[in-house]
Design a protein around this ligand. Structure first.
Ligand SMILES: Nc1ncnc2c1ncn2[C@@H]1O[C@H](COP(=O)(O)OP(=O)(O)OP(=O)(O)O)[C@@H](O)[C@H]1O
Ligand SMILES: [Mg+2]
Length: 249
């Protein structure tokens, strides 16, 4: 990764961006037989590249279930999901693990940093696993931690950091490898309102600068309003989309 790679990408010109995420008739059922529960019904969506997308809806409407499918953490019961042109249903579990590491980024409500690793090493994990932790990448990590205001925590462990600081580190980890898509499940949910606003501001800035697509589940109307697009779920169905996201036919 070179310094020039940090240039902002021209994401909001007039040309319609190509879809980075496509879902076709996706259904997710939990359990079997009498106790089966369908958490998502016939979801068909097309999400353009380089957007900040809010996923909203009441508790239990299926937001986290959908993020788990997009994050290849779980597979749909029926239907197909394509990310960056790759059909996830055609990939083995091993391929999916690699895909998650290289092409996706994750931000969680409760941070999910690895407690036994320093801040720096938490961000470096994917590069270490791929034996790609070059001097350039070390510099990129140092620069990003500085940019996020946690350079002085680089050799600290997650439990020595405040929640807001941990989420800054999680943001760095989510974007450092320039994934296709960052999936964020209530990233401000465990933070006080002021800290949550700062984290959201940083997420928006990184989304623009790194040219990634973010899909963020949120209960916050303010956070949803900051996004380019909104998908509203109710009882496992898409009820409205706003912005450049389309309900695919
Ligand atoms: N592992 C599971 N087994 C059975 N049912 C599940 C499972 N996970 C989720 N569900 C059900 O699927 C529905 C959708 O859950 P999901 O967690 O996706 O909702 P959500 O929109 O993320 O809610 P919240 O805003 O509270 O996080 C809920 O009715 C939930 O009970
Ligand atoms: Mg949820």
């Amino acid at each position: 990764m070179s310094a020039s790679a940090i240039r902002p990408l021209p994401l909001h010109d007039d040309a319609p961006p190509s879809p980075i995420v496509q879902l076709r008739l996706v259904e997710k059922r939990y359990g079997e037989g009498e106790s089966a529960f369908t958490a998502l019904h016939e979801i068909s969506l097309s999400i353009p590249r380089g957007r900040m997308v809010a996923l909203v809806g009441a508790s239990g409407s299926g937001k986290s279930t959908l993020l788990n499918l997009l994050g290849a953490v779980d597979r749909p019961t029926i239907g197909t999901i394509t990310i960056g042109g790759r059909d996830l249903s055609k990939m083995s579990d091993g391929d999916l693990a690699l895909f998650r590491r290289r092409r996706l980024g994750f931000v969680f409500q409760s941070f999910h940093l690895l407690p036994s690793l320093t801040v720096f090493d938490n961000v470096a994990v994917p590069f270490v696993l791929d034996r790609q932790l070059t001097r350039q990448r070390r510099q990129d990590i140092d620069r990003l931690l500085a940019r996020l205001g946690v350079a002085d925590k680089s050799q600290r462990y997650p439990d020595e950091l405040s929640g807001g600081q941990q989420q800054r580190v999680a943001l760095a980890r989510a974007v450092i490898h320039r994934p296709d898509v960052v999936l964020a499940d209530e990233p401000t949910g465990n933070l006080d309102a002021a800290t949550g606003r700062v984290i959201l501001d940083l997420l928006v800035e990184l989304q623009r600068e790194f040219g990634v697509t973010v899909v963020m589940a949120t209960h916050s109307d303010q956070a949803a309003a900051r996004c380019d697009d909104r998908i509203r779920l109710a009882d496992g169905r898409v009820v409205t989309v706003e912005g450049a996201v389309e309900v695919a036919r």
